[in-house]
Design a protein around this ligand. Structure first.
Ligand code: PEP
Ligand code: MN
Length: 273
């Protein structure tokens, strides 16, 4: 791909970037990021964090600043949400990732978390990309819902060009014509990224499908496609969630998914030799 100076494989086909998030390494083995869509309360976040940790998750997710379609929908707890997330991370020993929406908030939010997330709606927000590029924390860069692979990698390039080498890509589904699922999860982009870039890539089947019944199969398929991990939404009581309850796994479903993932992971390791 043209003009990709830092994100492309010009160091050779075996070059691979490893991104450290706390004590977790992304790009080596298969990792799982799990947690609620939004941080809603201390109770909800800590209980969910404990459940996902027990099931084997590696990183805790939770939104404190939420990019919502409607301005009247729950917008997140803001700084209080970050404090809760930080506490949940400390209590469980899990590193935490949260979304940043505004370039003015990057430096202080970075103090609370181990990884900064750029959401699909902000993938091409160049001032935000430059700001996280200056931050000393790794960045999870979601694919824009209307974006090509080349546009996505160019956005990663913005972050890398500011001096932050720790970028992880996240496929989260793109807009297509089907309305059965929330988005169309493009799993073929996983091996495609591996062909052109050294950056790790994970898959978010929660936003990618928006349907509980599709999250498990797509998580297993993401592992089989060669992804470096997944990010899934888990809520202790999805019916009460303030955002994305329809696509949030209850803890029991997450437990069962983690067991199945282990089987596929073992199987894929055998195939890889
Ligand atoms: C999220 O992960 O909570 C989120 C808002 O995701 P996306 O940007 O992919 O919609
Ligand atoms: Mn969500």
């Amino acid at each position: 791909m043209k003009n990709l100076k830092l994100s492309s494989l010009n160091g050779g086909p075996h070059r691979k970037t490893l991104v450290k998030v706390g004590e977790v390494t992304i790009g080596q083995g298969f990792i799982v990021i799990a947690g609620p869509c939004s941080v809603e309360s201390e109770d909800q976040t800590i209980e969910t964090a404990r459940r996902v940790k027990e099931a084997g998750a590696n990183i805790l997710r939770g939104g404190a600043f939420k990019p919502r379609t409607s301005p009247y929908a729950f917008q997140g707890l803001g700084i209080k949400g970050l404090q809760i997330l930080e506490k949940a991370g400390k209590e469980t020993g899990l590193p935490v990732v949260t979304e940043v929406l505004d370039p003015r908030d990057v430096s202080w939010i970075a103090e609370y978390v181990d990884m900064l997330q750029i959401g699909t709606r902000n993938m091409q927000n160049y001032s935000l990309l430059k700001e996280v590029g200056k931050a000393k924390k790794p960045v999870l860069l979601k694919r824009g819902m209307y974006s090509t692979l080349s546009e996505w990698l160019n956005c990663a390039e913005y972050i890398l060009a500011e001096g932050n080498p720790n970028v992880v890509l996240c496929e989260r589904g793109i807009r297509s014509f089907d309305t059965y699922s929330r988005n169309t999860l493009d799993l073929s982009v996983v091996p495609a990224v591996k062909e052109v870039s050294h950056l790790p890539i994970i898959v978010d089947p929660s936003h990618g499908t928006g349907r509980l019944s599709l999250i498990g199969p797509m998580s297993l398929a993401a592992r089989a496609a060669g992804a470096d991990g997944i990010m899934v939404e888990v809520h202790r009581n999805p019916a009460e969630a303030l955002s994305d309850g329809d696509q949030s796994l209850p803890p029991e479903m997450f437990d069962s998914l983690m067991k199945k993932l282990k089987v596929v992971d073992d199987c894929m390791k055998k195939i890889a030799g």
